[in-house]
Design a protein around this ligand. Structure first.
Ligand SMILES: Nc1nc2c(c(=O)[nH]1)N=C(COP(=O)(O)OP(=O)(O)O)CN2
Ligand SMILES: Nc1ccc(C(=O)O)cc1
Length: 274
């Protein structure tokens, strides 16, 4: 299996850089050209096979609204700055089709849409027009007592229908269970996320690459009691190992070097499973 030209026979790593000062983990935010380039080069050196650029936070518990012009300005700045330095595919983390289009024109290779092509009806058209691969996250309205894994599967099915109807090929799609995004009041989101990670293997039914982003997220804070995302690296690494064990093909992380070892270990040990 491949995604954006990257071989996924072994799990690969996507390094996250945010150019959005409001992002929930301040250690992920880079705002000078020098810092941006150095961070991306180090991520690639440490084993990242993709770089994801976020120009607007999508944390469901933060006030994150900014004008679309500002998101475009940030995204285009980051991607045009990095494009000449980085030789791995760059994704743009956005739910807005105009942002995606301008980012692609600036050199982005992949659309990473946490709204699973449902937030902006033009998004699938931009993906088709520019022929770029898309990361589709499970997205939809969650009601109390919904079953997490089946809900994720049905949200993904809806998004895949949008993609296929608009002529996006299967080879150009990766799916993502949207850890941290889906929040009914019952079960609490940290239990929801735990159920999804524990049963991630069920997403294999789609036959598509599975991308998982757990890095420093709030479910880790809820379970460990670590309020500061800066203290959630050990929890992220433990969860990463479980995600790989359960079939994740791409791990999206703020901490490439440490995650690289966690992925290697989980993958090495998994090969001996009886
Ligand atoms: N495909 C995918 N994209 C994502 C995911 C994720 O799990 N999967 N998580 C995010 C949260 O991390 P980030 O550091 O970007 O936080 P922010 O939204 O506060 O910038 C943002 N984008
Ligand atoms: N965009 C997101 C940022 C953070 C979280 C989380 O901490 O759970 C979820 C989504």
């Amino acid at each position: 299996m491949k995604f954006a030209g990257v071989n996924l026979e072994e799990p690969k790593i996507m390094g996250v850089i945010n150019v959005s000062p409001e992002s929930f983990y301040k250690g992920s935010v880079k705002q000078s050209e020098d810092e941006l380039i150095r961070t991306a080069l180090k991520m690639v050196e440490d084993g990242a096979s993709f770089i994801d650029i976020g120009a607007k936070s999508t944390a469901p518990y933060l006030e994150t609204q900014i004008p679309v012009e500002e998101e475009i300005r940030r995204a285009v700045w980051a991607i045009s700055t990095l494009r000449d330095y980085v030789n791995v595919p760059i994704s743009i983390d956005t739910t807005n089709a105009k942002v995606a289009e301008e980012a692609i024109k600036a050199g982005a290779d992949i659309i990473n849409d946490v709204s699973g092509l449902k937030g902006d009806s033009e998004m699938v058209k931009v993906a088709k027009e520019y022929g770029v691969p898309v990361i589709i996250c499970a997205h939809g309205e969650v009601r109390d007592f919904m079953e997490p894994v089946h809900t994720v599967i049905s949200f993904l099915q809806e998004s895949l229908q949008i993609a296929y109807k608009n002529g996006i090929e299967k080879e150009k799609i990766a799916i993502d269970p949207a850890i941290g995004f889906l929040r009914p009041s019952y079960p609490p989101w940290y239990e929801w996320d735990s159920k999804v990670i524990a049963n991630l293997n069920m997403l294999k039914m789609f036959g598509l690459p599975i991308l998982v982003g757990v890095s420093r997220k709030s479910f880790i804070g809820a379970i460990t009691g670590r309020k500061d995302p800066g203290e959630r690296l050990p929890g992220s690494l433990a969860t990463t190992a479980i995600a790989v064990w359960n079939g994740a093909n791409i791990i999206r992380t703020h901490d490439v070097k440490e995650t690289f070892d966690a992925v290697r270990l989980a993958w090495f040990i998994k090969r001996f499973r009886a």
